[in-house]
Design a protein around this ligand. Structure first.
Ligand code: SF4
Ligand code: SF4
Length: 323
């Protein structure tokens, strides 16, 4: 276990997004119990970034809930990280709001390690049934602008190789569209395609979950069909589901003892499981009473690291991976 997190995710503006993706735990139209959360204050963000840089955190992820580029104090990230060696690892919905793709690319790519752009199909008919209010054609143009500037930045800064990833959510509804995302990525020299199975945060999504027995074998058939692509592009989490047990005991949590999350009010969280489920793992304090550099030494955190495989949430968690 590391003594400090190598990466921190900071949920600056979880309630702000310009889309309504069906699988979103906050913005989906299926979410009928929306709790209003505030935005993180720029002063709190500045304090977190200052401390993170001092203790040697390598990467910062701005809000993975909500669209980070809508956070009105986003310049705080750029100002703090530019003079440091800590990199930004961004996940965005590809709309590049407010400033547009070209301006954002020029600001972000010099300080990013990776930019993950969420897309769930290249055909508007597939993508827009999932990412409601997205305009797929505009997103594809934005991706191409962003890639052009990625290549310029790589030439200008010889020791800096920012990467671009397309990110998909594996669902029954877009299973026929994931192949076209991979082909698009290969054709456009995108660095990687990453995906993850759905968290069933609303009952309407149960039928979309490819682990649901009603879809028996469909996912594993898909995985065997895309095998040839793996020689042409890095595909992350495109692995067959075990038919014996949902998560083998030997699989480990990729986050405990490595990464840390801080919500918009400054509360610490241990992983990215949906907030209502994650609370079962315990209360881990706040930024204003526990220093980032001390977090991994806290007694209740160390107990969780030792015992998480017996937690009901972790026993079923598909984020666990073989070491
Ligand atoms: S882009 Fe992200 S935050 Fe916005 S609705 Fe979709 S999943 Fe939710
Ligand atoms: S639910 Fe448990 S196993 Fe899954 S990411 Fe969170 S801490 Fe790790």
């Amino acid at each position: 276990m590391k003594s400090v997190p190598w990466r921190i995710t900071i949920d600056t503006n979880p309630d702000q997004c310009n889309l309504k993706c069906i699988m979103c735990d906050t913005h989906s139209t299926y979410n009928r119990n929306r709790i209003k959360r505030q935005r993180m204050s720029p002063e709190l963000l500045e304090g977190i970034l200052r401390e993170a840089i001092v203790v040697g955190v390598e990467e910062i992820i701005p809000s993975t809930m909500g669209e980070p580029l809508l956070y009105p104090y986003f310049d705080t990230f750029i100002d703090a990280l530019t003079p440091s060696s800590t990199r930004l690892n961004l996940t965005t919905n590809g709309t590049f709001p407010v400033k547009g793709a070209k301006t954002w690319a020029r600001l972000l790519l010099p300080i990013t390690s990776d930019t993950k752009i969420s897309i769930n199909g290249i055909s508007p008919a597939i993508n827009e049934k999932i990412m409601n209010q997205s305009r797929t054609e505009d997103v594809l143009k934005n991706i191409e602008t962003y890639l052009r500037i990625r290549d310029e930045v790589r030439q200008e800064k010889i020791n800096h190789r920012p990467t671009v990833t397309l990110q998909v959510t594996f669902m029954y509804r877009n299973l026929t569209g994931i192949g076209e995302v991979i082909e698009y990525a290969i054709e456009h020299n995108i660095d990687r395609v990453k995906g993850h199975h759905l968290w069933v945060t609303h009952p309407e999504l149960e039928k979309e979950d490819l682990r649901n027995p009603i879809h028996n074998g469909v996912w594993n058939d898909f995985i065997s069909k895309i095998e040839p692509y793996k020689k042409r592009i890095k595909l992350e989490n495109f692995t067959a589901l075990s038919e014996v047990e949902s998560v083998p005991e030997r699989y480990n949590c990729p986050f405990l003892g490595k990464e840390l999350w801080i919500d918009c009010s400054g509360n610490y969280n241990v992983c990215c499981a949906p907030s209502d489920k994650r609370q079962a793992l315990g209360d881990f304090g706040r930024f204003d009473n526990v220093k980032i550099g001390d977090f991994f030494q806290m007694k209740n955190y160390r107990t969780l690291v030792e015992n998480y495989k017996s937690q009901p949430l972790c026993r079923k968690c598909l984020l666990r991976k073989p070491e």
